[in-house]
Design a protein around this ligand. Structure first.
Ligand code: PLP
Length: 382
């Protein structure tokens, strides 16, 4: 087997249909969407159609969708404006958020008069909602909570509706990074009282460099980027029309085939877990990945029974064998700090062992999994 790609949580392969749509837009629709002539109007109409498609899938209004350069920008948009424009004085988040949230929150703490609190994480990587409630109760300061829906390293899922309702009952704002969930799970944002979410097309077989923020109507959110009236004044800059159309097509296809693909990819995850347990005694799974109800079907995070010296060679060896996955862990080399997510809840002992994240898509097969498990077994036994 030559190349095996198990890093779909980092990014995914484009669907062929998406490439075709984007190529056609690149060739045919080069008008600037802000121009009033027919070239411009045709580009603009593609963007507005994409906005309606996306809004329809999430059951929200088209005016609540702001196209951005991706998930990072969408997170930045919500967090920055909440502090600068909406009077937020306290942010409650967690240590297992993506850096797009954590680093933005650090920056806001440095530059503005905003308090930051981190909610407790349980030993299985779940957010402690009782602790969240106690924190919400404890202060009258205007608060924004930022908690992700699906964790990108360990796959744990937050009960988004329950969490949103809890947060609303304390009159706080709620931002959720849904980069690893929208495109993989059905979400009706009309039913879930979240104020802001962030989405990225390259996580569901769409192009890189495009995503969107869902911004609840009348929230008062102001732009992060100034310089033009694009995105109804919410985000300046000439739109990447081909990217927005690519996002539309990939999201549409993701939801058209959702149940079928979910079932297939879940069967890959099960096959992976079962085979690892069978072939590698002492293997452990970080977070809740063995709990199929409360974790995403798209990834597993595996802690391998390997010495620290050997661990240093692991990713290199896998790469040599054509296997692409992500390092999920901790103290494999003195100079690295390791995963901030695993460090937030793993025991000292488990943090020393190598952990790997394997993440899947519809393009993977069981044969590929067998090859990876065989390669890992040989490496460990060598
Ligand atoms: C949970 C999460 N949030 C945000 C991002 C950043 O998204 P983007 O690459 O579109 O900026 C990622 C991508 O790795 C992610 O997994």
């Amino acid at each position: 087997m030559e190349n095996v790609y198990f890093d779909s949580a980092a990014t995914t392969q484009l669907r062929e249909e998406v490439v075709e749509k984007m190529t056609s837009v690149l060739k045919e629709n080069y008008g600037n969407p802000s121009s009033t002539h027919s070239y411009g109007r045709s580009s603009k109409s593609l963007i507005e159609r994409a906005r309606k498609t996306v809004a329809g899938i999430l059951n929200v209004k088209a005016s609540e969708i702001v196209f951005t350069s991706g998930g990072t920008e969408a997170d930045n948009l919500a967090l920055n404006s909440a502090v600068r424009d909406l009077g937020v004085k306290r942010i409650i988040t967690s240590k297992i958020e993506h850096h797009a949230v954590l680093y933005t929150v650090n920056q806001l703490q440095e530059c503005f008069d905003v308090e930051v609190e981190y909610v407790n994480i349980k030993s299985n990587g779940d957010v402690d909602l009782d602790d969240l409630e106690n924190r919400l109760k404890s202060s009258d300061k205007k608060t924004l909570v930022s908690l992700m829906h699906v964790n990108n390293e360990i796959g744990n899922m937050l009960d988004l509706k329950k969490t949103a309702e809890l947060i609303k009952s304390y009159n706080a704002l709620f931002h959720s990074d849904t980069v690893q969930s929208i495109g993989h799970f059905n979400l009706d944002l009309n039913e879930i009282p979240v104020d802001f979410t962030a989405v990225s097309a390259h996580k569901f077989h769409g192009p890189k460099g495009v995503g969107f923020a869902f911004v609840r109507r009348n929230s008062g959110l102001k732009p992060l980027i100034f310089g033009g009236e694009q995105e109804r004044g919410h985000r300046a800059g000439t739109e990447g029309v081909h990217n927005i159309v690519g996002l539309e097509e990939s999201l549409k296809l993701a939801y058209e085939n959702l149940e079928e693909e979910k079932e297939y990819v879940s069967s890959l995850k099960k096959h992976f877990i079962d085979n690892l347990k069978k072939e590698i005694p002492g293997v452990k799974f970080n977070g809740a990945c063995e709990d199929f109800e409360n974790s995403t079907y798209t990834l597993i995070n595996v802690c391998l029974p390997v010495s620290q010296e050997k661990a240093l060679m692991l990713l290199f060896q896998l790469d040599l064998k054509g296997i692409a996955c992500s390092k999920g862990s901790a103290c494999q080399s003195g100079s690295e700090q390791g995963s901030h997510v695993l460090n937030a809840f793993l025991s000292e002992e488990d943090r020393k062992k190598p952990s790997l994240r394997f993440s899947f898509s519809r393009f993977n097969t069981k044969e590929e999994i067998d090859y990876v498990v065989k390669t890992l077994k040989e490496f460990i036994e060598d």
